[in-house]
Design a binder for this molecule. Structure first.
Ligand code: NAP
Length: 366
């Protein structure tokens, strides 16, 4: 029997695109959010879907959305501020949980704090199931499979081509700025360590051009070591900041220090709201029409020699995120997932299934 799919955050930019992608895949998700009128309008536009009211500031309303074994997809962010109620509800209901977060500290919290509770109830938590960080997990898993036990270190680089005008949604900007003073992390010498985002840079080739990415904690640091026992280092780098990359790299130690100041988080959240009020809800039409995402994974052996390399390319970030979430949710609703607790995309679906699902979302090896 196919499980019920509940989409929380359906009236947001990514939420509405995910609702459309779910319907395009033949699903009939329950659209959930805090504004009944906007939910009804969206449900009507998509052919008459069920709607439900829930506000994450009232966790019982979120818990009330779910029956045992449902699939919950949430796009309510910033996740560090607003994400807890959905995770707790999924754990209580033994649900399969997927989200659109790109916030590494939130992903880390799920793997370190929520995983045991989820395993206890039989819930499966699969965070960051969008452009952040499915392509990196998939590219790295394919490269690690090719490298076998020579794999000592894997680096993943994300980049974009063809953006013009505003390249991100308001929700992404608010989430990114809110996170400025949160501690980052890395996987080095075989263990997870706290390290400020932007502390390192990685130069890599993608789609025929050299790129320079800034280090971040991804989900890869938490998910890949279980796939390759010989792996001692994992790096994830984002080439999204263009000419600001060298400045952000130089400021990384400062932001780590600033994070320790009282009131730093509150100030970052205020700044995020202020900046969010000055940009459009969605990326520019030109970006949506022309942008492409590229993700590269390179595996090296103990001596630093390149062993394997995989590049995946896909459509613009929001279409890709919506399609990945829609594929993951429908696949989970029909066939379940492999495992409970907190799991990565490859662990949840298997490498072959995820490769096929990603291809349906337009993400292919190039
Ligand atoms: N990593 C990636 O690749 C990727 C891609 C896309 C998006 N994202 C992330 O996904 C998140 C959403 O992005 P977006 O562009 O869709 O932002 P958005 O348009 O601002 O959507 C945010 C959603 O959260 C809902 N929300 C806010 N407060 C709520 C509350 N108290 N209770 C219930 N719902 C509440 C909003 O409801 P209303 O509609 O009622 O305001 C809206 O539906 C962000 O964190 C963004 O970074 C990541």
């Amino acid at each position: 029997m196919t499980a019920r799919i509940v989409l929380l955050g359906a009236t947001g930019y990514t939420g509405a695109r995910t609702a459309e992608a779910l319907v395009a895949r033949g699903a009939r998700p329950v659209l959930a959010g805090r504004d009944p009128d906007r939910l009804a309008a969206l449900a009507g536009r998509l052919g008459g879907l069920e709607t439900a009211r829930a506000d994450v500031s009232n966790p019982r309303s979120v818990r009330g959305l779910l029956g045992r074994g449902d699939v919950l997809v949430t796009t309510v962010g910033p996740f560090l501020q607003l994400g807890r109620a959905a995770v707790d509800a999924a754990v209580d209901a033994a649900a399969i949980y997927l989200d659109s977060t790109g916030e590494p500290p939130f992903v880390r919290r799920i793997f370190e704090h929520d995983a045991p509770r989820a395993a206890g109830t039989g819930a499966a938590l699969i965070p960051a199931f969008g452009l952040d960080y499915v392509p990196g997990n998939l590219a790295a898993a394919l490269a690690l499979a090719e490298a076998g036990n020579r794999a000592h270190r894997v680096d993943v680089g994300y980049t974009l081509d063809g953006t013009s005008g505003q390249a991100f949604s308001r929700g992404t900007l608010v989430s990114l700025v809110s996170m400025l003073v949160e501690p980052g992390f890395a996987f080095a010498r075989g263990r997870l360590v706290t390290e400020a985002a932007g502390r390192r840079t990685w130069t890599f080739e993608a789609a025929g051009r050299s790129r320079r990415g800034l280090s971040v904690g991804g989900s890869e640091h938490l998910t890949l070591p279980a796939l390759a026992p010989t792996l001692r280092g994992v790096g994830v780098a984002l080439d999204w900041f263009g000419p600001l990359t060298p400045l952000a790299h130089r400021l990384a130690p400062v932001s780590a220090l600033a994070a320790r100041l009282p009131g730093a988080q509150k100030a970052a959240r205020r700044l995020a709201q202020l900046l969010g009020g000055r940009v459009a809800e969605a990326p520019s039409a030109a970006t949506l029409a022309n942008a492409r995402t590229h993700t590269v994974a390179e595996v090296r052996d103990r001596g630093g020699a390149l062993v394997s390399r995989v590049q995946l390319s896909g459509p613009e970030a929001y279409g890709l995120t919506a399609s990945l979430l829609a594929w993951g949710a429908t696949r989970a609703a029909e066939h379940g997932v492999r495992g409970t607790g907190a799991i990565g995309p490859v662990q949840a679906f298997g490498l072959e299934e995820l490769t096929a699902g990603a291809a349906k979302a337009g993400l292919t090896r190039t």
